[in-house]
Design a protein. Structure first.
Length: 264
C-alpha cells in the first residue's frame, strides 16, 4: 500500500512546502483539499494548474485526490451539484489526480436521498470516464457506514463512481472493519486513516494514539490483497489547538509502516 496525507492537516500551506513535507517524511502522495481558502481549488487558471502539476512531478509526489465539498444527496437542483462535481473532475484531470472526493450531505429525514445521489453520480460518471477520473463517495455525514454508501453506489453501477472509506465515520456508525470492507470492496478507491480519543472527543491525534481500529483496518485490507492508498486525514483545520501535523508526519508514517509489516 502507498501512503499519503491530506492538506486538511496543513491548512493554507503553499504547495512547495507541502511537497517538502511529503518528501522529507516518505509519503508517496498528497490529497489536496479543494477549497477556496487553499492554494489549490477549482478557481485556479490553466497556468497555475500546470505549474502545480509540474511541481508535484518534479518532487516525485503523486496527487492522490481532489477533496471536494459537493454534496451529492443534498436537496436542491441536480444541475448545480453535477456542475460542481464536473469542476472538481476538471481540476483532477489537470493535476493528474485519479480521484475526486464528494460527500453525501443529505438532510435528516430526507427520504429520496439515495435516489438523488445515485442519479447525480450516474450523470457525472460519463464525464468522469471521459476525463480519466474516478468520483469517490466518502463514508461521511448522512451515509457514514459502508452499508449506507452502497445504497447509493449499487444503483449507480458505474466503474468511475466508487467509495472513499473514512475509518472514523464507519467506526462512529458502529460498523466493524470487516463489515465495511465487505460492503465497499467492489467500489473502494482509497482509505482515509486518522485517530481520535473517543466518540465524544474527535480532535485529531497522531496515528496509534487513539481508539480507532487502524490495525484491524490494515489487517483486513492486507488479508484481502488490497494494494491501494492509505491517506492520513489529520483534521487540523477544524481544531486550532491540535498539535501541528508537520511534527507528527514521521511518527505517523512509521506507525502505518509497522501496521503494514505486522499484517504482511
Amino acid at each position: 500500500m502507498k501512503l499519503a496525507f491530506s492538506t486538511l492537516g496543513v491548512p493554507g500551506l503553499p504547495v512547495p512546502e507541502v511537497l517538502a513535507l511529503a518528501s522529507a517524511h516518505g509519503y508517496h502522495g498528497v490529497e489536496l483539499r479543494a477549497h477556496p481558502e487553499e492554494p489549490v481549488h477549482p478557481g485556479l487558471g490553466p497556468d497555475e494548474r500546470a505549474a502545480t502539476a509540474d511541481a508535484f512531478g518534479a518532487a516525485g509526489v503523486e496527487v492522490l485526490g481532489i477533496a471536494g465539498y459537493a454534496q451529492v444527496a443534498a436537496p436542491g437542483d441536480d444541475a448545480a451539484v453535477v456542475e460542481e462535481v464536473r469542476t472538481l473532475i476538471d481540476l483532477a484531470r489537470d493535476l493528474g489526480a485519479p480521484y475526486v472526493r464528494v460527500f453525501p450531505g443529505a438532510d435528516v429525514g430526507q427520504t429520496d436521498a439515495d435516489a438523488v445521489a445515485a442519479r447525480r453520480l450516474g450523470t457525472a460518471a460519463e464525464y468522469a470516464a471521459d476525463h480519466g477520473v474516478r468520483v469517490l463517495l466518502e463514508t461521511h455525514d448522512s451515509h457514514r457506514t459502508g452499508a449506507d454508501a452502497i445504497r447509493i453506489l449499487g444503483p449507480v453501477g458505474h466503474r468511475q463512481v466508487g467509495a472513499l472509506w473514512d475509518v472514523m465515520h464507519t467506526w462512529l456508525g458502529g460498523e466493524q472493519p470487516q463489515e465495511t470492507y465487505a460492503a465497499l470492496s467492489p467500489y473502494l478507491g482509497y482509505v482515509q486513516v486518522k485517530d481520535i480519543a473517543s466518540a465524544q472527543d474527535t480532535a485529531p491525534l497522531t496515528l496509534g494514539a487513539g481508539v480507532l481500529p487502524l490495525a484491524e483496518c490494515v489487517e483486513v485490507l492486507s488479508r484481502h490483497g488490497w494494494e491501494g492508498w492509505l491517506c492520513w486525514e489529520y483534521e487540523k483545520r477544524w481544531y486550532a489547538d491540535a498539535e501541528p501535523l508537520a511534527g507528527l508526519l514521521g511518527r505517523g508514517r512509521e506507525h502505518l509502516a509497522r501496521l503494514l509489516n505486522d499484517s504482511a
